[in-house]
Write a protein that binds this ligand. Structure first.
Ligand code: GRF
Length: 203
C-alpha cells in the first residue's frame, strides 16, 4: 500500500511511520512527505529515509484557497491509498477532506472528543484530568472530529506539566499511529457511521 504523510514540524510521528515500515510492522511504502513549512525538520527525516518531499510554503500563497488547490493537486499526484496527518498543523478544507474521505487519518494528543484543537496536553493539565492520551481518527470536515480508530490512555502524574505529559503521550503516539496505519493497510478498518470496527487478523 502507498502512504503519503503530511507534517508541519519536528516530524517524530512521521519518523515513527518510516521506522514501522523499515521494521516490517507496517507493510506499506511511504511515497511522499508533503509539508507546508520549508523549515520543517520532517524534511530532514524524509531525506534520510529517501522519501520524496513536496514543500508548499504556506506563506508564499496569497490565499488559503490557492494553497489548498496546490495541496489537492499534490495529494492526487501521490496516488496514495492512505494519507497520514502527522503533526500537520493546518485545518484541511472540505474540498480535500471530501476528495479523500475514508483514507485520511490524523493523530491527536488527547482522548477526543476531549481537548480538540491546539495545546491539547496543556488543556488536559489545566482541566485537571487524571487520564490523558492520544487518538487516531479519520479526518472529516471538522477539526479533530472524525470517526475514532484507536485511542491509548496515558496517566497524568503528580508534578506533570504540559511538557512532561506531552513527552509521555508522544511515546504512545509513536505506537498508535503506525498501528492504525497498519490496520488500515491490512484492510481491517471499517467505518459504520461514527463507529469504526477493527476486524480480527485475517487467516
Ligand atoms: C504530536 O504530539 C501530534 O499529536 C500533534 O503535534 C505533535 C507533532 O509532533 N499534532 P511531531 O511533529 O510528529 O514530532
Amino acid at each position: 500500500k502507498r502512504i503519503a504523510v503530511l507534517a508541519s514540524g519536528r516530524g517524530s510521528n512521521f519518523q515513527a511511520i518510516i521506522d514501522a515500515i523499515s521494521a516490517g510492522t507496517l507493510r506499506a511504502e511511504c511515497v511522499r512527505l508533503i509539508t507546508d513549512n520549508p523549515g520543517a525538520y520532517a524534511i530532514t527525516r524524509a531525506e534520510g529515509a529517501g522519501v520524496p518531499v513536496t514543500v508548499l510554503d504556506y506563506r508564499s500563497y496569497a490565499t488559503k484557497g490557492a494553497y489548498e488547490a496546490d495541496l489537492l493537486a499534490a495529494m492526487k499526484d501521490c496516488r496514495a491509498d492512505l494519507f497520514v496527518l502527522a503533526g500537520y498543523m493546518r485545518i484541511i478544507g472540505e474540498a480535500i477532506t471530501d476528495a479523500f474521505a475514508g483514507k485520511m487519518i490524523n493523530i491527536h494528543p488527547a482522548l477526543l472528543p476531549a481537548f480538540a484543537g491546539l495545546h491539547a496536553q496543556r488543556q488536559a493539565i489545566e482541566y485537571g484530568v487524571k487520564v490523558a492520551g492520544c487518538t487516531v481518527h479519520f479526518v472529516d470536515g471538522g477539526m479533530d472530529s472524525g470517526p475514532i480508530i484507536l485511542q491509548v490512555c496515558v496517566p497524568v502524574l503528580e508534578g506533570d506539566d504540559e511538557d512532561s505529559l506531552a513527552e509521555r503521550i508522544l511515546v504512545e503516539e509513536h505506537r498508535a499511529l503506525p498501528a492504525a496505519a497498519a490496520l488500515f493497510c491490512e484492510g481491517r478498518v471499517f467505518v459504520e457511521g461514527r463507529r469504526v470496527r477493527i476486524l480480527p487478523p485475517g487467516d
